[in-house]
Design a protein around this ligand. Structure first.
Ligand code: HEM
Length: 297
């Protein structure tokens, strides 16, 4: 048995609010036998680790941002470009917020994503306990929900990369290329053909910008709504002249298996959402957790 019996600190619920109130409202219960020998000890208030309430507070802040600034699409692109550098063979890259450092931030594929990172800075300042890596991924899943899309399961706990962990240029896909190239890039991440197809459905949101990628225009008629219209549009024999189709979008029609998936998703939004949440959660956790809570892939 220990010679020294430590006093037991009982924290009042409200003491979790701020360090100063935590200290003021801490009650120390000392076992009676040792009471006379023990000095009064004030434990320093500890910084709370990421909690469910932190996640919920950040979700509220993100939804407030989206109510005034409908920047959900660029947040989805930010999170994807951070995670999409993953290389399963050596565990480099992934959803670790290395995208916020040069040279990665300056790669041509990431043009314009500084806008998304800057928009998230005030939320990071308000909630410093959340890692950038969690914040970027949470901004994406909340953005999808805010746009009417499915609720993608989310786990907190990603660790931020250091400056030395940025990845080399060329890990993200090229919009001018077809299925062979997409497979090379996505297989490197550990993703399969179904995941390539269903994740491309995120182009239901947002648009291309001439000054960022050199392409211009949205993929769907209502690019602030997350639905299955991307698949409906790319399957049309006569393309809508106002809508965009990248070579990498049309690549999904190159092989019978992925074309059949596009047809399934175009006809059945629930099937699209069901597959999307699995693939998006997997993407959002690339390189982050040693165990997976994803039931199938
Ligand atoms: C399959 C390979 C992919 C290629 C080649 C590709 C390429 C592009 C390009 C060129 C843009 C336009 C950027 C701009 O000019 O602002 C873009 C935008 C976008 N991408 Fe992709 N993408 C791919 C996959 C994905 C995936 C997997 C996701 C998410 C899961 C995604 C989400 C988005 C979103 C939401 C936008 C709109 C951004 C905005 O409105 O600012 N993309 N993508």
């Amino acid at each position: 048995m220990n010679a020294f019996v430590a006093p037991i600190a009982v924290l009042h619920a409200e003491s979790l609010c701020t360090p100063s109130t935590a200290l003021r409202r801490t009650t120390f219960v000392t076992p009676a036998r040792t009471q006379s020998r023990l000095p009064t000890v004030f434990l320093p208030a500890r910084r709370t680790p990421p909690t469910a309430s932190l996640e919920s507070d950040v979700r509220t802040a993100l939804n407030k941002l989206y109510d005034t600034t409908p920047c959900m699409p660029i947040m989805v692109r930010l999170a994807w470009h951070d995670a999409g550098t993953y290389k399963v063979a050596d565990g480099t890259g992934g959803a670790n917020a290395s995208i916020r450092y040069l040279p990665e931030k300056g790669h041509a594929a990431n043009n314009g994503l500084n806008i998304a990172m800057d928009l998230l800075e005030p939320i990071k300042a308000q909630f410093p306990a959340i890692s950038y890596a969690d914040l970027y991924q949470l901004a994406s899943v909340v953005g999808i929900e805010h746009s009417g899309g499915p609720k993608v399961p989310f786990r907190m706990g990603r660790t931020d990369a250091g400056e030395a962990d940025t990845t080399e240029d060329g890990r993200l896909p090229d919009a001018d290329k077809r299925m062979g190239h997409l497979r090379e890039v996505f297989y490197r991440m550990g993703l399969n053909d179904t995941e390539i197809t269903v994740l491309s459905g995120a182009h239901t949101l947002g648009r291309a910008h001439q000054d960022r990628s050199g392409f211009d225009g949205p993929w769907t008629k209502v690019p602030v709504v997350f639905d299955n219209s991307y698949f409906v549009e790319i399957l049309k024999d006569e393309p809508d002249p106002d809508l965009l189709r990248l070579s990498s979008d049309l690549a999904l029609l190159d092989i019978p298996e992925t074309k059949a998936l596009c047809e399934k998703y175009a006809n059945d939004q629930k099937a699209f959402f069901d597959d999307y949440i699995l693939a998006h959660q997997k993407l959002s956790e690339l390189g982050c957790f040693s165990t997976s809570n994803i039931s199938s892939s």
